[in-house]
Structures are given as C-alpha cells and as structure tokens.
Design a binder for this molecule. Structure first.
Ligand SMILES: NC(=O)c1ccc[n+]([C@@H]2O[C@H](COP(=O)([O-])OP(=O)(O)OC[C@H]3O[C@@H](n4cnc5c(N)ncnc54)[C@H](O)[C@@H]3O)[C@@H](O)[C@H]2O)c1
Ligand SMILES: [Zn+2]
Length: 382
C-alpha cells in the first residue's frame, strides 16, 4: 500500500437537531466573541436565526452580505468589515460560498499577509481563529476540506487556496439545515457532491483512505439524490445527501478532483454559471472521455454502488456509472448545454485556454488532456 494521508475536521456532529451542539462547543472553546458568516439567501430561510439564538449567551456579530461564489474583492470587503474586532470563534452557516469565506477569514483576520499574498503562495497560511461549519446545501463538502475557492474576475476564472490549516475544527451536519433547500439547489449541489466522489475515486491521487469515503459517498448520493430532489419531505434521503456530500469533501482532502472541476472553473469565472451546474454539464462527457483510462475504477465504483450488477463486465459497469451520471443530471432538470448560458462557439478559444490553465486539477486526471481534447469536451456541451 502506498503511503497516504487524510486530514479531517476534529469533531463532526451529525443527525437531525445536532445544531444545538454549538452551545456545547461555545463552552468547550470558552468563546466570548463569535462571528457568524452567512448570506442573504440562508438568512432569509431563517437558518441563521437558529444559530443566533444559540449564540445569544455570548457576544456575536453576523456578516450576511456575502455574494454567492465570492470573488477576491468580496472576500477583501468582508475581511475589512471585521476590522480589528476581537473574535475567538467563526461560524459559517451556508453553502460553499459562505463556508469558503469563513475559512478564509479564519486564516486572514489578524494575519500579516493578505488574500492576494495567499493567492500567490497559500503555504504561508496559518489558522488564527477556530471554525464551526454548518452546511446548508448538500454539495461542496467545503465543511470537510482545506480549500477555499475564489473567483478572479480579471482572469475570468477561479482559483483554489489550499492549506491544511483551513480544515474546519467542528462540523455540524444537521438535516434541518437543508429541509427547505429549493430542489434546484439540491440538484446542482448534489451533482457537485457526486462529481467530488467520482472524480476523487478516478483521480491519480486516489488512495485507500480517500477511496473509502468516495465509494460510500457515491453509494449515498446515487441512491438518494433523485429522492431528495423529488420529495421535499424525504428527510432520510436528505440526511444521506448531507453525509454523502461531507464524505465527498473528505475524499477531496485525501485525493483531489480532476478534469470536470478543472474545465468547470472558467465557466463559473466568466459566465457565472453556478459551480454545481457547470460541473453537471461537463460531468458525463469528461467521464466518457476518461473511460478507457479508468474503466476498472469506474467498475469498482459500480460494484460499491450497484452490487446487483456484479456479474457484468468491467466495460458494462463503467458504462453504467457514466449513464447513471447523465440520468441523474437529466432527472434533476439541470441544463445540459452551455448555450442556455449564452456561451457562443466564438468563446471556445477562451475556454480551451482558460481550462488548460487549471493544472492543479488537470494533473490529477487519469488521462492527460491535450488542448484538442479540452476543445473536444467543451464542444460536446456547446
Ligand atoms: N472549498 C471547497 O472544498 C469547495 C468545493 C466545491 C465548491 N466550492 C465553492 O463553493 C461555492 C458554491 O457553493 P454551493 O454550491 O454550496 O452554493 P452557494 O453557497 O453559492 O449557495 C447557492 C445559493 O443557495 C442559497 N442557499 C444556501 N443554502 C440555502 C438553504 N438552506 N435554503 C435556501 N437557500 C439556500 C444561497 O443563499 C445562495 O444564493 C463555489 O464558490 C465553489 O467554487 C468550494
Ligand atoms: Zn465542486
């Protein structure tokens, strides 16, 4: 077995109602000044209020003017808003956008480096404030990862800042947080989570540790995403999605996403297509392109998710996973073409160029992508 490592949050609470554990965490950490990060959508859904009530015994401040899929300037603005305030605990209540901003604040507030310094060299990062992550979508797995993604408008793309110190200290996986999540967001964030586990399992960086989380995450997500999308009251399916998404995040820290996420970044950066949607559009096409290099891995994933197909051939099992990916995207009514977002054939050159620069993730892909390969994949989704 090759050497491997997995960095995970210190304490993970899961189960309906576990949001109340925040009170215990405040005691353990002896926190007196708490900063709650959220956004208007999450606050409007009444989810921040629950956390505010728990924090009412101490001093707390809420920052809710975060934009979805934040850019460098958005993060700089909220960090400036915090100023010199004394903070001993940060709570991120939201989707990946909020959690990424919270994680960045935990390493930038009180530091002698800036976000722009981190974009050049994330190895300088140090955590200054402990964090609690409360995901309210079932997708990014940011509550488990050491990554934060920021949009870079001048490059019309996105960049990940990666450092182990960003791993959250506490995670709260409470299904009540996604009880009223609009089906459209269940779909896009759920497919994002599915992409995490499938990409991590087929990644060159996959290890025996990340495989365990990727396989179990895939089983949970493939079997529950349609139920969670179609039936708002299916809390069991939603719980499975929430844990599956978390496992996806853990798999990312042990392995890494690949060409789906790499080619997705320019779509988010330039056309502002939601992260989960741009991944969904590319997902089955990238896996079909990769198939000859990872058929055995896709077949192993099929064995884990659909054991009833164990007698099928490797190729049939790999095909099954790819067609199920396409089926899930279709069944959850996510767009399947870039045309719907105003992307034109004349944008192809930009996309190929920008996609090929996502080398951090492209190197993980089981198959090397030439510029022509990248063009071929983008053309498939035009
Ligand atoms: N750090 C990581 O490991 C990682 C991994 C993947 C993606 N990301 C990043 O995460 C971001 C995307 O995060 P996301 O997909 O979770 O979406 P998001 O955080 O951008 O939220 C999408 C929308 O859903 C709303 N929303 C969230 N929860 C809600 C709820 N329970 N009820 C009603 N509305 C709700 C928000 O207000 C927002 O308008 C992107 O910037 C992406 O690059 C980070
Ligand atoms: Zn993702």
């Amino acid at each position: 077995m090759k050497q491997c490592q997995l960095t995970v949050p210190s304490v993970i609470h899961a189960g309906q109602g576990c949001i109340n554990q925040i009170s215990e965490i405040i005691n353990i950490e002896q926190a007196k000044n708490i900063l709650i990060f959220t956004d208007k959508g999450v606050r409007g859904a009444g989810l921040c209020e629950t956390v505010e009530k728990i924090c009412a015994t101490v001093s707390y401040k809420v920052i809710d003017d975060l934009t979805a899929e934040p850019a460098v300037a958005d993060i700089e603005r909220v960090i400036a808003e915090i100023g010199e305030a004394k903070i001993d605990l940060i709570i991120g209540v939201g989707g990946g956008s909020v959690m990424d901003a919270s994680k960045l604040a935990s390493i930038i507030v009180g530091a002698d480096y800036t976000l722009r310094d981190l974009l050049k060299d994330s190895s300088i990062a140090k955590k200054h404030i402990k964090t609690i992550m409360v995901p309210t979508t079932c997708g990014t797995g940011s509550e488990a990862t050491c990554n934060a993604i920021v949009a870079i408008p001048e490059q019309e793309s996105k960049q990940g800042i990666v450092n182990n110190c960003m791993i959250p200290d506490y995670v709260i996986l409470d299904v009540n947080m996604i009880a009223k999540l609009p089906p459209k967001i269940i779909a896009s964030t759920g497919v994002d989570a599915l992409a995490h586990v499938v990409e991590c399992f087929t990644s060159k960086k996959a290890t025996v540790l990340s495989d365990t989380y990727a396989k179990e995450g895939a089983r949970k997500i493939f079997h529950n995403i349609r139920k969670a999308y179609n039936n708002a009251d299916d809390m069991e399916a939603k719980s499975e999605m929430m844990v599956g998404a978390f496992y996806g995040g853990v798999a990312i820290t042990g392995s890494g996403t690949t060409a789906v996420h790499a080619l997705s970044y320019p779509l988010g950066g330039k056309y502002h297509i939601a992260h989960g949607v741009s991944n969904a559009i590319l997902f089955a096409h990238v896996m079909a392109f990769n198939k000859d290099a990872c058929a055995d891995r896709l077949a192993q994933l099929c064995d884990a998710v659909y054991p009833e197909l164990s007698s099928k051939s490797i190729d049939e099992k790999a095909e099954h996973i790819i067609s199920e990916i396409a089926e899930v995207v279709k069944a959850t009514n996510i767009p399947i073409s870039l045309k719907e977002f105003g992307v034109k054939d004349s944008d192809l050159d930009f996309l190929v160029q920008a996609g090929s620069q996502q080398t951090r993730l492209l190197v993980n892909n089981c198959k090397k992508l030439s510029l022509d390969d990248i063009r071929y994949i983008y053309k498939k989704v035009m």
